[in-house]
Ligand binder design. Structure first.
Ligand code: ATP
Ligand code: MG
Length: 218
């Protein structure tokens, strides 16, 4: 029997995880407020899957997803954070984790779900990194395996948070959005055009996603 001892994430305190490094800061308080609002927007007692996306690249999806996940885990919620941005993944960098096994390995049957999970030093937060960048992200994200992964994750976690690719350029996120209970759109003040924000909203609605809120990054 081969026992793989996974490295536990040792988070860099100078990195973008403000909710971890500075829990008393105003920014961390805002993440706690967002987290509470997300909870209020859906059935409080039900276990939920949430997708974090944005209209374009580089608007703060991964930073938001990671900090929200930390914030939720600090409030005793059992959280699984998944990197489903299979073209430009970054959660392994934010959490300082290896990325040799991840979501793509689970979706292609090369790894079990439990083998792909990394525990972190933030309370009850686990992370699944992307795994190696695949040639067929659209097929993988829309596969039955993805759906089964979400269903089985909710047996062990209270909340599953998914970081994703931006929604306007590619099909990846639309296919994932309607498999989740709620979608949160991140837009950046001064960067995201209002037309693009509206277009992203329309695209998500057309994909039958449940858009529960918008986070505006200053
Ligand atoms: N609120 C913020 N204030 C200042 N900088 C931020 C903020 N949010 C994110 N950033 C910075 O902006 C850059 C892009 O952020 P991030 O990686 O979270 O975006 P993304 O939407 O996930 O990008 P991608 O589309 O490439 O996945 C990073 O360098 C990050 O540190
Ligand atoms: Mg990202």
């Amino acid at each position: 029997m081969v026992l793989i001892k996974k490295r536990q994430s040792r988070i860099n305190r100078r990195g973008p995880l403000i909710a971890y490094s500075y829990p008393e800061s105003i920014i961390s308080e805002q993440y706690r407020m967002i987290q509470a609002n997300i909870k209020f927007s859906v059935d409080d007692n039900k276990k939920q899957t949430y997708l974090i996306t944005s209209p374009n690249k580089g608007e703060g999806k991964s930073t938001t997803a990671a900090n929200l996940a930390v914030s939720m885990a600090q409030q005793k919620t059992k959280v699984l954070l998944i990197d489903a941005n299979l073209r430009n993944p970054s959660l392994h960098i934010i959490f300082n984790l290896p990325n040799s096994i991840g979501l793509t390995d689970v979706l292609t049957g090369r790894s079990s779900l439990s083998n792909a999970v990394h525990h972190t030093d933030v309370g009850r937060l686990d992370v699944i990194t992307s795994g190696l960048i695949p040639i067929n992200p659209v097929e993988l994200l829309s596969s039955m395996m993805m759906n089964e992964l979400l269903v089985s994750s909710l047996k062990s976690y209270d909340v599953v948070l998914i970081d994703s690719h931006s929604v306007l350029e590619l099909t990846d996120t639309k296919l994932l959005a309607n498999q989740c209970d709620g979608v949160v759109l991140v837009i950046q003040s001064g960067k995201t055009l209002s037309d693009e924000a509206l277009q992203a909203k329309k695209v998500l609605e057309f994909a039958k996603a449940n858009l529960i809120g918008v986070i505006i990054q200053e």
